[in-house]
Ligand binder design. Structure first.
Ligand code: 6GU
Length: 250
């Protein structure tokens, strides 16, 4: 997969891509990340990339032409067609299903805005999709781009050393939060590891983990249970928990 990033701070995004799973995906040739700075395509001595908003008001708006030239240069760097994603708080909120969809593409271009935003005409002309990473405001799209890159990189075939870890994560295919994890020592002043995990009984361990995932999801993100894929045993377990809780509160 190839990801182009159009940003006034391309080194920031590139720097984030240098470590861990993303860095390894790049080393393994599974992912290429290239930055494009609109300032390099801006005209005049001042290489101006932003100006004051028509109609007045605070802040600056990124101008059409430097962004358009940077996007064109990125498009021309590779013959494969690219999907242009504008990272903005006005976008569709990203979730793991959205990440899977982005990760399945051969090529993405991530457009990062700064200041108050980007001239709307550039968005209309060049952007396929607007994406937000959550309901809060960042001062630019760069951190959001780094988030998207990390989330899609780890889904590239061969990016994770243990392919099972992608399947076990929170928001994996079943849409539940992850179960708790433990490692050595089994006994510690902060507590003992749940006995079932030391039992060697793999069926029991699987069942316990599933139930822990269901419990956590019920306690922390009950909204996720509505769209999670649950089987009959899951539903019975949740019904029993909720019946118990009902008795306790009476
Ligand atoms: Cl994609 N950009 C900015 N600037 N703020 C955000 C965001 C994106 N997603 C959430 N907040």
């Amino acid at each position: 997969m190839r990801i182009d990033v159009v940003s006034l701070f391309p080194d920031f995004v590139g720097g984030c891509a240098g470590f861990g799973v993303v860095g390894r995906a790049i080393e393994r040739g599974l992912l290429t990340v290239e930055g494009w700075n609109p300032r390099d395509y801006a005209e005049g001595n001042y290489r101006r990339v932003d100006d004051r908003p028509f109609g007045g008001g605070p802040g600056m708006v990124m101008m059409i032409d430097p962004l358009r030239a940077a996007i064109s240069a990125a498009r021309a760097a590779d013959p494969a067609p690219t999907r242009v994603i504008y990272l903005s708080p006005q976008g569709r909120r990203l979730d793991q299903a959205g990440v899977r969809e982005l990760a399945s593409r051969e090529r993405l271009l991530l457009l990062c805005g700064r200041y108050e935003g980007v001239d709307e005409r550039l968005v209309q002309a060049e952007v396929d999709e607007e994406v937000s990473i959550g309901d809060y405001v960042l001062s630019g799209g760069e951190l959001a781009a780094a988030v998207v890159i990390d989330a899609v990189a780890r889904l590239q075939e061969g990016a994770l050393n243990d392919a099972g870890s992608a399947a076990q994560d929170s928001f994996a295919d079943d849409g539940l939060l992850d179960c708790p994890h433990y490692t050595k020592p089994a006994s510690h002043e902060l507590g003992d590891v749940p006995g079932v995990l030391l039992s060697g009984n793999h069926a029991e361990i699987s069942r316990w983990r599933r139930q822990q995932a269901l419990l956590r999801t019920l306690e922390r993100r009950p909204d996720l249970l509505e769209s999670a894929s649950l089987d009959d045993a899951d539903r019975r377990f949740l019904a029993a928990i909720q019946a118990d809780a009902g008795h306790g509160s009476r």
